[in-house]
Design a protein around this ligand. Structure first.
Ligand code: ATP
Ligand code: MG
Length: 376
């Protein structure tokens, strides 16, 4: 089978590592010739995943096409679908998710709990919603890794709002942030991964580390699982769906957003689960039976991000120390250039001893430091 991936970042790279286990020939399209996926695929095509003709030219000879980022040319995907190329996820599902306005309307129309919202088209419109604060302003399209999200606590923060189509969501009093990934096969059968709990860096608004399984009550788990399945079912598409949710102080569960692809919240599944999220997506694409989502051991995943104060060619301090931790697995993404906050790799620790997981995660966070050759 000839399969294509739009986008060549770390998610594509880890998909390629799993692809090596299957009878598949993989092409990647990306505009950066030095991207993390460039050297691991069978065919690398330099191109713009947002350009209609380039995506058509890339996809038309393939059996199936998937994505590792939502920001792709959807019209081209609809066209390729008409030409008989299997697109996973379906372009219609991707279109709903890609635009945060459509995504919020999707949850609302399917009675899936998600925080209340207003649509805004410019900064000045925020003044009409002063009574709605504290709220979170999110650009409809183009945001990633927390860029394109602004917390608006009060009137003084309105200047940080976005000028352009966006959603203004009620701020949820978050107790925990969790994510559940649902795998949906072409024939509609599905499999669900255990919940992960995400802990964020409040300064960078970027994921700090993530624990699996999340420490939540059975009742919260049942609610969250039912909601994640409702999201995946109603998108009416095969694929992997990582559903990010908030558990509030009263135990209510709210869907935050969904990624219709492999996702940062599933990296631990490489070592900690029988079938990783990457393995699972190949099974879906190639129409094989779904894999086993059960965990082998509990885990923590730490993102390895570019240190503050440095940019330029990446250098890894403390790598040997971290590699000598027996239950830790290090993944570096092969990015030549570092900058503050850039995701450069991740490490997963597996153990059924919760204290041990936390201890090793903190050790890794403070030992493995990515610096660049330029001080900034
Ligand atoms: N309605 C909300 N109430 C409270 N906090 C929120 C709300 N929406 C978002 N946040 C906070 O902002 C973070 C980023 O928001 P969101 O996940 O929508 O953006 P993103 O750009 O897609 O980020 P990422 O790509 O890292 O997932 C959330 O993980 C959460 O901590
Ligand atoms: Mg998010």
């Amino acid at each position: 089978m000839k399969i294509g991936i739009l986008g060549g970042g770390q998610l594509g790279r880890m998909l390629l590592q799993s692809a090596a286990n299957y009878p598949v020939e993989v092409s990647v399209m990306e505009k950066d010739p030095e991207c993390p996926s460039a050297k691991l695929c069978h065919h690398f095509v330099l191109g713009d995943i947002n350009h209609f003709e380039e995506v058509i030219a890339f996809g038309k000879e393939l059996d199936a096409l998937t994505i590792e980022i939502e920001n792709v040319n959807i019209d081209a995907l609809f066209e390729l679908e008409k030409m008989g190329v299997r697109i996973i996820p379906r372009p219609a599902a991707l279109k709903t998710i890609k635009n945060k306005i459509l995504q919020k309307e999707f949850y609302k129309s399917h009675q899936i709990p998600s925080s209340e919202f207003h649509i805004t088209n410019g900064k000045e419109e925020l003044n009409d919603h002063l009574h709605f604060l504290p709220a979170v302003h999110k650009l409809a399209t183009g945001g990633y890794d927390g860029k394109g999200v602004q917390l608006l606590h009060g009137k003084d923060d309105l200047q940080h709002g976005f000028d352009g189509p966006a959603v203004l969501e009620k701020m949820v009093p978050i107790e925990k942030e969790i994510a559940i990934t649902v795998a949906v096969a072409e024939n509609g059968t599905n499999a669900i991964y255990p919940p992960v709990e995400m802990v964020f860096d409040p300064v960078l608004n970027l994921l700090d580390y993530q624990i699996c399984p999340a420490k939540i009550s059975d009742k919260t788990l049942w609610k969250a699982e039912a909601m994640a399945i409702a999201v995946a079912r109603n998108l009416k598409s095969p694929g992997l769906f990582a559903v990010e949710m908030f558990v509030d102080k009263e135990g209510n569960v709210w869907v935050n957003e969904t990624a219709p692809r492999v996702h940062n919240s599933g990296h631990h599944t490489i070592e900690a689960h029988y079938s990783s999220q990457f393995d699972m997506l190949w099974r879906i694409i190639l129409n094989y039976p779904l894999g086993n989502t059960h965990q082998i051991l509990s885990s923590i995943m730490v993102n390895i991000i570019g240190a503050e104060g440095y940019s330029g060619t990446a250098m890894y301090e403390g790598l040997e120390d971290v590699l000598s931790i027996p239950d830790a697995f290090v993944h570096l993404y092969g990015k030549k250039e570092t900058k503050p906050g850039r995701k450069m790799g991740h490490a997963t620790i597996i153990s059924n001893d919760h204290q041990e997981l936390l201890h090793q995660a903190n050790k890794i966070k403070h030992t493995l430091i990515v610096k660049g050759d330029k001080k900034i």
